[in-house]
Each structure stands twice: as C-alpha cells, then as structure tokens.
Design a protein around this ligand. Structure first.
Ligand code: FPP
Length: 227
C-alpha cells in the first residue's frame, strides 16, 4: 500500500561534528542546527506536510556539560521568539511532546506564548520533542492509567501518549550517520519507514530531503498485512 506522508519525525544529529569540522565551538553547530530547523520547517510547510516532529532535547541530553545544556535552553528560547513571525506568516501551529516541567520559567513561558499564538493555525504543525524520551512517555502514560480497572489496550495506551492527538508517524529520518532511534518515538515507530543518512544535520540540503521523500513515496507499506 502506498500512503501519503503526513507526519515526519527527525532525529537531528551531527551539530557538534559539523562545528568541529570547521574548528568551531559546539554551540556554533547548534546555531547552524537551529537555522536548518527553520529551513526544513518552511519546506515542509510549503510541501503540505501536516506534522513535523523534531527531536530537539532528549531526557538523556541533561547528561551533557552544564554549559552546553544552558546554551541549548537559551537557543531554544531565542528560536521560539524569532520563529513566531514565520509561524504566523505560514499558518504553522506549534506543539511539543515531552515533560516540560524541568525547563526554566523563561523557556516554559516562551513555549506557552508560541502555542497560544499559533493554536488556531491550520497548516503544518511543528512539534518539538523537548525533554522527551519514549520510555519516559510510555511510563507517564501507564501511570496515568493506573486507576483504570479494565485491561489495557493498544488504543488506551495511545490515547495517553504525548502524541495522542497527532496522526501516525509515517517516516523517521536520522541524520549524522548513526543507525538507531535513541529513545525517539519508539512506540510510534512500529510501522514508520526509517531513513538514515550520514549527512550532518546542518548540512542536510533540500535536495537530499526531497530525495528521501521520493524514496518514501516508492515504498510499499503493508502494516503487517498482505498487498
Ligand atoms: C545533536 O547534535 C542535536 C541535539 C542534541 C539537539 C538538536 C538541537 C538543534 C537542532 C538545535 C536547536 C534546536 C532548536 C529547535 C532551536 P549533537 O550535538 O549530538 O552532534 P554530534 O553527534 O555531532 O556531537
């Protein structure tokens, strides 16, 4: 079965190596990564993709040096402030998945402002995965269901995942050369098409992104059934 690509997930890996290749600090790589987020978001919006979920900060990323973590927090706050005009001009809605409780009041406030200002938009939904990890998401869903007296079902668990209001993830792309999902959308990836490219995230071109979309369009998806 051929299906339209409504929902793309991306593991944006390789910012640090991109900076190192240029003799720059890792923070420059993250800045270049944020610029790529803007470019790919604009492209997905123009192409009529409905959902773009980006792995921006994982539950494991807190293990990085404190300086890098605080740089990423400030960068994300700045990104959200700067992006609002783009979201408004392109009818883009902003959403998040993950546990936001650990973030600074400034970042939480900017997230809330951006969600509120774009909640009525009907074009692309950009979803940032922030302090997100699939195992944490599934544990939170199970805890929310603890008082439930009926046996659990796939549907019931799905209704309690952070992605409950989004369509299924059709494809997951990982840049940066590693072939793993690193705790990103593990449940949702059950029937997603997977793409891995050695290209570092800040180097991902629109041409390469389009060619991944073309390959997706040629894939036969059977979802466990027969043709
Ligand atoms: C991996 O690169 C990337 C991240 C830890 C997070 C992604 C962050 C961005 C794309 C920039 C900020 C995002 C937004 C939404 C403004 P890495 O540091 O692991 O790279 P490496 O594997 O080469 O070291």
């Amino acid at each position: 079965m051929k299906t339209a690509c409504k929902h793309i997930g991306i593991i944006m890996d390789g910012n640090g190596r991109w900076a190192k290749e240029r003799g720059q600090k890792r923070s420059h790589g993250h800045e270049a990564g944020a610029a790529k987020v803007r470019e790919i978001t604009q492209f997905c919006s123009d192409r009529g993709i409905e959902y773009l979920t980006l792995y921006a900060f994982s539950t494991e990323n807190w293990k990085r040096p404190a300086l890098e973590v605080s740089f990423l927090m400030k960068l994300m706050t700045k990104y959200l402030k700067n992006e609002l005009p783009l979201f408004i001009a392109n009818n883009i809605r902003f959403e998040t998945i993950g546990d936001l409780s650990l973030f600074s009041p400034a970042l939480k406030k900017q997230i809330a402002i951006t969600k509120e200002a774009t909640s009525h938009h009907t074009g692309l939904t950009q979803v940032l995965a922030l302090n997100y990890g699939s195992r944490d998401e599934i544990v939170r869903a199970c805890n929310a269901l603890r008082e439930h007296n009926e046996p659990l079902t796939v549907e019931l668990i799905e209704q309690h995942l952070d992605t409950s209001s989004f369509p299924p993830v059709d494809m997951i792309i990982r840049t940066g050369g590693d072939i793993r999902l690193s705790n990103f959308l593990l449940w949702q990836a059950a029937y997603a098409e997977l793409f891995f490219t050695p290209t570092l995230w800040p180097d991902l071109s629109i041409d390469e992104f389009e060619s991944i979309l073309k390959t997706f369009a040629q894939r036969e998806r059977r979802f466990g059934g027969l043709n």
